[in-house]
Design a protein. Structure first.
Length: 221
């Protein structure tokens, strides 16, 4: 690939990412409600979604409702959601996150996908709660929906997705999970890090309680 083509691809990635960022509405309450609904939907998928034993093994769970996948030769995606980690028999208050992906190749575009990411290793928690966590680099990842060629018995991250339309090339290797500082400030009314949130330095807001309750009820060991 020539230098000019590489620069063009990079410019397209930057432009498309900016477009999908603008398209993602900053409605924290609605997004929390959607995240709880996604958990409910993907844990009640009759063997094709998240299995009870997978949820029971999870240390942290991130939910990205309405992840938007771009089209054209350069495929980009962007979504906003929340992450919560296990604290004994209960789950922490949620921290706001963004998920961004960029890939080269033909994509089926214009799709929205609900994504759930399970972290199975407590040792990954500090990385997950950092400013930037790269899936597939900071930890191995595998598609978790049922049994497929994507299964990896050594994977530390499982990801699940569901969409109404056709969707090609879904994968999260190279995608980045980042702290959403503006989302946290909107939810908690102050500047606070996801590490501080998950480690109990703030109470769970009333608007986030249904999301946390769904995690607690659905992941008892």
């Amino acid at each position: 690939m020539s230098w000019n083509i590489r620069m063009l691809c990079f410019a397209l990635i930057v432009t498309m990412t900016a477009v999908v960022r603008v398209a993602a509405a900053d409605d924290t309450q609605a997004r929390l409600q959607s995240a709880a609904a996604v958990l409910n939907k993907l844990t009640d998928s009759s063997g094709h979604g998240i299995q009870p034993e997978q949820m029971a093994s999870a240390d942290c769970v991130a939910v990205i409702p309405g992840f938007k996948k771009g089209a054209v030769v350069v495929g980009v995606g962007f979504g906003r959601g929340f992450i919560s980690c296990r604290n004994g028999a209960t789950w922490s208050a949620p921290g706001a996150v963004t998920l961004e992906s960029a890939s080269l190749g033909v994509q089926v575009g214009g799709e929205r996908m609900d994504i759930v990411i399970l972290s199975l290793d407590k040792k990954l928690r500090s990385k997950l709660l950092s400013d930037r966590f790269t899936i597939g680099s900071d930890a191995s990842a595998a598609w978790g929906n049922g049994k497929s060629v994507h299964d990896d018995p050594n994977a530390k991250i499982l990801f699940f997705g569901q969409t109404k339309g056709a969707f090609a090339g879904f994968g999260l290797d190279g995608a980045t999970l980042k702290a959403d500082d503006s989302g946290d400030k909107t939810l908690y009314g102050k500047s606070i890090t996801n590490n501080e949130i998950v480690n109990g330095q703030t109470n769970t807001p009333e608007v986030a309680q249904p999301f946390v309750a769904k995690l607690t009820n659905g992941t008892s060991r």
